[in-house]
Design a protein around this ligand. Structure first.
Ligand code: 5GP
Length: 213
């Protein structure tokens, strides 16, 4: 039997920075051929090691405004002091090609996607195991990204804000252990892919099984 086609799903991962979201996202991409990541556009400064077109598309505030005004962003938001947005075309193309798309966006972007496509959206919030651990991870990261002390403190404050939105998400993963967290994120993806409403042509298929009765 030919497998039924399935509507692509939009898999959103949000978390305060330092909760391990990037590691989990990368593992999912490696393990799922039919999953692609949405690369965001941002006005924030490029950190050491970041590659344009791979980590982000880096844009000036003017360029960013033009993209928004031309309707080229699926969602956009101000996070910290910078703008971030999801380019529309690559997401639409991936979904049309039957791929699932993973998004690393904040709660504001998640709310906007929910207004556009709630049925196709699966949202996961990643929490760190403890506040001290979150701070440790942010500090370790800042060593190789040249982040200033002020930025780190700002990120800790923002983390509290961001975490207050956990209850708007379908799933929560507490990242005690990264391998376990990856397994849970994969389980969610696998189960969500099996949801009845994502299967296309299901009623015709069942009609066939019933022999037209
Ligand atoms: P960072 O500057 O550390 O890469 O990202 C800061 C925050 O911006 C993260 O919480 C990340 O999820 C969020 N973010 C990244 N890209 C987008 C986007 O396209 N839209 C929205 N709404 N948030 C984003």
């Amino acid at each position: 039997m030919k497998p039924l086609r399935r509507r692509g799903l939009m898999y959103v991962m949000s978390s305060p920075s330092g909760a391990g979201k990037t590691t989990i996202t990368r593992a999912l991409l490696k393990n799922n051929e039919d999953l692609t990541i949405s690369i965001s556009t941002t006005t924030r400064k490029r950190r050491a090691g970041e590659v344009h077109g791979q980590d982000y598309y880096f844009a000036t505030p003017d360029e960013f405004r033009d993209l928004v005004d031309n309707g080229e962003m699926l969602e956009h938001a101000k996070v910290f002091d910078n703008y971030y947005g999801t380019p529309r075309a690559p997401v639409e193309e991936a979904l049309a090609n039957g791929k699932d798309v993973i998004f690393d966006i904040d709660w504001q972007g998640t709310q906007q996607l929910a207004e556009l496509a709630r049925e196709d959206l699966v949202t996961v919030f990643i929490l760190p195991p403890a506040r001290a651990e979150l701070e440790k991870r942010l500090r370790a990261r800042s060593k190789d990204t040249l982040e200033s002390e002020t930025e780190i403190r700002g990120r800790m404050a923002k983390a509290s804000d961001e975490m207050s939105h956990y209850s708007e998400y379908d799933y929560v993963i507490i990242n005690n252990n990264v391998d376990e967290a990856i397994k849970k994120a994969q389980l969610i993806l696998d189960a969500e892919r099996l949801k009845r409403h994502r299967a296309m042509g299901l009623s015709d298929f069942v009609r066939g099984l019933k022999g037209g009765l």
